[in-house]
Design a protein around this ligand. Structure first.
Ligand code: LRH
Length: 485
């Protein structure tokens, strides 16, 4: 019997979930076992992840999931925990939105110039790349005591199995991997005094990651042995693996959640000067692919506004925003000025005023401004990606939480002037399940996992409407961030 059951632990910046996937040659059914909030904590020393709270949620979720044939873990990228010589965690992992990296790039670039760093790693400049975090941490007692660094999904996997590894797709987001060799970029690391010996050996999606430890079996009520399987542990890599594109189709993808990640799947990195100036990244995907994409702030802009307003339900905001005139004011939704938490409605209003546009006055107006701005940023990224990689596309696949947001999908279709196919919303969890299923023989190689998604998951198509000139004009109003200097 090839039909098997897999648990996907998928940790996002706003919540974590444990999903159960039932997979066979013609079957793909996903259900939610447990969902729990991820609440970052502001401490006097900065912004930290509540990693033990998350791990508790994972264990609760595995108990709720019940007996499975395997499980796998994915999460957001770049962040890590440090372990001492006995494998004990040294403090709470730092959140990538923490301000400790604010002025670190200049320091790094004085040693390895940004163009050289880009040529050797293919990774866009973002202040939170693990490389900058590690340089920011140099000289701290924690880093001095550290003998091991585990990226977040590898840390959870270590706690579940007692075994340590560094999963490759997520490792590429450290900005310490060469996308051509798909191995460590030893030269830049050495010049920046980053000790690559802190990292556990690389492992790849499909590799076994060890069985659940006895005390984990006890805590979850599972019957051993339960193997943990390495998946594409970067959530975006998992999500792209579940994009329901057909073989040979010319497509762009948009992974929408806290972030919007917009770009193309390529078979080789693009590390030209033009691509660096446009701040496109080349992250490693499954099966030798490259995720050539740009980070856009995404639904974070709305999540943060809602936090400020004390609002917990997005539906009424979206309904009201849909009634408002389009493109009254727009901001550059890729601007790193929106990275840090706090007073988001005010920062959006300030950005509108600074570019000579009316500041949104109500919650609905602010929501409308954000949705229009996201669609505009999606358009810009997808246009530029095609140009930079010299590859035209005919369709945009929208996966992740934003696939449920009809207004955002329609605006994105209109802005891009391309049809949008939306779904699945739980793409990261599906990609996680599919890489396990492939390793355990429940689905074939090559195009089979994506074909299974296309054949089994409900998808919604949005045709583009309206006039492209309107978006061109709006694009000129954003006073856009021009990329790293
Ligand atoms: C999305 C994501 C994205 C990274 C960011 C830190 O969850 O993994 O791909 O850039 O988090």
């Amino acid at each position: 019997e090839r039909t098997k059951t897999f648990a996907a632990v998928d940790l996002g910046a706003s919540n974590g979930r444990v999903m159960v996937g039932r997979v066979g040659p013609d079957t793909l059914r996903l259900s939610e076992a447990h969902r729990f909030p991820n609440r970052p904590v502001h401490l006097p020393e900065g912004l930290r992840w509540d990693i033990l709270g998350l791990y508790g949620g994972v264990l609760d979720g595995l108990r709720a999931a019940g007996q499975v044939d395997s499980l796998g873990v994915d999460s957001w990228a770049v962040d890590y925990g440090l372990l001492d010589a006995h494998g004990a965690l040294l403090g709470n992992p730092v959140h990538y939105r923490d301000r400790r990296t604010d002025a670190v790039a200049e320091k790094v670039w004085a040693t390895v110039p940004p163009d050289e760093l880009y040529r050797s790693t293919g990774i866009q400049h973002a202040p939170f790349n693990t490389l900058y975090q590690l340089v920011a941490a140099q000289g701290t007692p924690q880093l001095a005591a550290a003998r091991r660094l585990l990226l977040i999904p590898d840390l959870i996997t270590y706690w579940l199995t007692g075994e340590q590894g560094t999963e490759l797709t997520n490792a590429s987001t450290t900005q310490l991997i060469d996308p051509r060799t798909r191995d460590w970029a030893r030269g830049p690391a050495a010049r920046l005094s980053v000790d690559l010996g802190l990292f556990a050996p690389l492992r790849r999606p499909g590799d076994p990651a060890g069985p659940l430890l006895p005390h984990v079996l006890e805590a979850t009520g599972l019957r051993g042995p339960v193997p943990v399987t390495t998946v594409a542990s970067h959530d975006t890599a998992s999500a792209v693996a579940a994009v329901p594109a057909r073989p040979g189709e010319r497509f762009a993808y948009l992974c929408t959640g806290t972030w919007s990640l917009a770009g193309l799947e390529l078979d080789a990195p693009v590390t030209t000067e033009a691509s660096r100036a446009a701040n496109f990244t080349n992250e490693l995907g499954v099966d030798g692919t490259i995720r050539f994409l740009r980070n856009i702030m995404g639904l974070w802009l709305i999540q943060e506004c809602m936090r400020t307003w004390g609002e917990s339900d997005i539906a009424p905001l979206l309904a009201e925003a849909a009634q408002l005139p389009a493109l009254r004011s727009v901001v550059d939704a890729a601007d790193p000025a929106f990275l840090a938490p706090g007073s988001m409605p005010e920062r959006i209003a300030t950005a509108c005023r600074a570019t000579g546009q009316p500041a949104p006055a109500t919650r609905a107006e602010t929501t409308r401004c954000i949705l229009d701005s996201l669609a505009l940023a999606h358009r810009r990224a997808i246009h530029e990606a095609q140009h930079l990689a010299d590859r035209a596309v005919d369709v945009v696949y929208v996966v992740g939480g934003g696939a449920r947001n009809g207004l955002l999908c329609q605006l994105t279709a209109d802005a891009c002037g391309l049809p949008v196919v939306a779904g699945p919303a739980e793409a990261a969890a599906l990609g996680n399940v599919l890489m396990q299923a492939r390793a355990h023989g429940s689905v074939g190689d090559g195009a089979a996992p994506r074909e299974l998604v296309a054949a089994t998951q409900p998808l919604t198509r949005y045709e583009p409407s309206g006039d492209q000139a309107v978006w061109d004009a709006a694009d000129r109003r954003t006073g856009r961030w021009s990329g790293p200097s």
